[in-house]
Design a protein around this ligand. Structure first.
Ligand SMILES: Nc1ncnc2c1ncn2[C@@H]1O[C@H](COP(=O)(O)OP(=O)(O)OP(=O)(O)O)[C@@H](O)[C@H]1O
Ligand SMILES: [Mg+2]
Length: 165
């Protein structure tokens, strides 16, 4: 349910499909340079949410877990590129800095799984999403906006998901 803090939005997802649908709403409003940070334990739904985000953004490519390749790049017909980074195997922000995130952000939005591990290498302004395992089919999703761009984005997302501001 929506809560009163304008910088955060909480949502209880009751299925993987519902998580994908919320992701699609978010993906549809992402712009070049936007950063979405995903944090949550193993199996909490980070990649599932990323699948929805990529679909809503208009990816021509299927989403897979980037755990072993570090970063996946998905294409869109207008030439933009969505980057999907998994920081699980990175040891610290220094390793992330070697990835030239700025260059990725010039081509499109960026999604980061296990974002806490490399938080210092990420832009201060971003959308943060905490995912929590509730039970086998339910996950708690908490979206937090950091910076003006993301406060606006969260308002639009809230309107899109709940139909109210
Ligand atoms: N409400 C839900 N939202 C998201 N996933 C759900 C939900 N209910 C069940 N699931 C299942 O939980 C699993 C989530 O896996 P997923 O790979 O998305 O997690 P992850 O956070 O990316 O894990 P990892 O840390 O290993 O990368 C999937 O098998 C998915 O079908
Ligand atoms: Mg994952």
């Amino acid at each position: 349910m929506p809560i009163l803090d304008p910088n955060s939005l909480e949502f209880l997802s009751r299925s993987a499909d519902q998580t994908r649908r919320v992701g699609m709403r978010l993906g549809a409003i992402l712009q070049l340079g936007d950063v979405v940070c995903l944090e949550g334990e193993l199996g909490s739904g980070k990649t599932t949410l990323a699948q929805g985000i990529a679909a809503g953004w208009g990816s021509l490519d299927p989403v897979s877990s980037p755990t072993f390749v570090l970063v996946n790049i998905y294409r869109r017909s207008d030439g933009d590129r969505l980057a999907h980074l998994d920081a699980y195997r990175l040891n610290d922000a220094l390793e992330a800095e070697a990835l030239d995130l700025d260059i990725l952000l010039e081509a499109g939005p960026l999604i980061v799984e296990w974002a806490r591990r490399i938080e210092q290498a990420l832009p201060d302004d971003h959308l943060w999403v905490d995912l929590n395992y509730v039970d086998s089919e339910a996950r708690g999703l908490q979206f937090t906006a950091r910076g003006q761009r993301y406060e606006g984005l969260l308002e639009v997302l809230q309107e899109s998901v709940f139909g109210v501001i």
